[in-house]
Design a protein around this ligand. Sequence first.
Ligand SMILES: Cc1cc2nc3c(=O)[nH]c(=O)nc-3n(C[C@H](O)[C@H](O)[C@H](O)COP(=O)(O)OP(=O)(O)OC[C@H]3O[C@@H](n4cnc5c(N)ncnc54)[C@H](O)[C@@H]3O)c2cc1C
Length: 471
Amino acid sequence: MSDDDMDNHPEAHDHAVVLGAGVAGLLAARVLAERFGRVTLVERDELPQESPAFRPGLPQSRHAHVLWSRGVELIEDLLPGVTERLLAGGAFLLDSPGDFLWLSPADWFHQVPGAKVLLASRELLDWTVRREVLRDERIRLRSGSPATGLVGAPDGRSVTGVEFREGDPLAARFVVDATGRTSKAPAWLAALGHAAPQVTRYDSRLGYSSRYFEVPEDPARRWRGMYVQGRPDVPRGAVLVPQDGGRWLVTLIGNGEHAPPTDDDGFLGFTRSLRSPALYDAIRDATPLSSATGFRSTANEWRHYERMDRWPAGFVVLGDAACRFNPVYGHGMTVAALAADVLRKEIRDLAPRDVPAAARRIQRRTVAAAEVAWQIATSEDLRYAETEGPPADRATRILQRYMSRVMVGANTDPAVSSRFFGVLSLSTSPNTLLSPGTVVRVLSKWRLPATPTPTAYPPHHDPPQVRTPQA
Ligand SMILES: Cc1cc2nc3c(=O)[nH]c(=O)nc-3n(C[C@H](O)[C@H](O)[C@H](O)COP(=O)(O)OP(=O)(O)OC[C@H]3O[C@@H](n4cnc5c(N)ncnc54)[C@H](O)[C@@H]3O)c2cc1C
């Protein structure tokens, strides 16, 4: 916004607008409030006030969400005390794989320390984070208010506000689009005379189906969560995780024609077709608390705003709106937290009037936070024949082969397991898997098959007792 334009809207000098109150938008608002006197958080949905509740703008909230340790740390850093509040609300902070029965694409992980993972319903997570963010008086929520476009200088050189379906536009010095996977930023930018961004897309045609259960207590149970992963020859998996409210959530996962059903019989039947019967055993006597819900829009999609020749001052796209992943690796929220951390560093030493001019650099650097998660998701998805997208290049094929060996190492050697989970939780660089010490450990298992036929149950888990028929 030029200072001439600003003179027409003096209140906009010190004002930033964030579109979308998902995790990416909430954290961006928190960070911007450190620099701007006022931040307006614009959300299409009416947001639940009294307690966590489903809302249409977050349809993915019906499916298992894990927040990896790096995400937990970064959100705690931005909102001190939030982890305690989540735990008080019924969330779980578990060790992965230590607290899990986890069948990897190779074999079972041992129950050894790895990385922390926070488990909670997405409704509780968002509600708790939102309450903490809105404690800041500089942040004002404008809910039930869908944004419909950007206000910009006629030459498209800057974004100076936001338009709404109803009511006057809102003037601002800085606008963040965090409206998630349905973001209209390409059309909004086109209306200001900008070209469409290049898009890279990989779609492994993964489907989800999820249902809540009450699982009977079992004092002998030695696990607190379960994950039976699929692999290309059996592309069916499922996760069972504890949730707030004494509930358990089962999310079924399958690619292409193996996409899981949502009817009652089909749901349970799918759990019988997994690579281990352990998850079926766990829920066969459980009481369903909801019907099953499906989700199919799971492609990896990167809109390369960072590559555009021209970019308007005062505008940035964050979170799923810029880059989204196949959710099965559980990285979206942690990447949103990483991007908020980058945004914080980028604007730390800038006066509000200087932030718009930094937009292009901020766009480039925040999206770079998605790089590792993108590599993990796309290189794994490219193992599946049905994956649509650019073919794997040589580097990806070498990475896939090495990662298959890492998986075998991680299933047999606690030191490799710990490093693997460090990377998977986005806490440590993938280079740790290439350190000489790790490579030696990984290659020492070269005689073991990469895709063994695993035992039905891991050594640390007893099969269920055979049930005696009722007299
Ligand atoms: C099935 C599934 C499972 C997932 N599991 C995991 C997981 O285990 N771990 C993990 O870290 N991530 C997971 N993710 C990804 C995660 O949900 C997202 O990465 C995360 O929500 C951050 O997204 P966001 O804030 O960018 O967008 P969203 O969370 O989608 O939020 C976008 C917000 O913008 C609002 N909005 C949309 N349009 C407008 C508009 N025009 N004006 C105003 N507001 C608007 C929406 O109502 C919504 O509130 C999963 C995703 C899916 C689909």
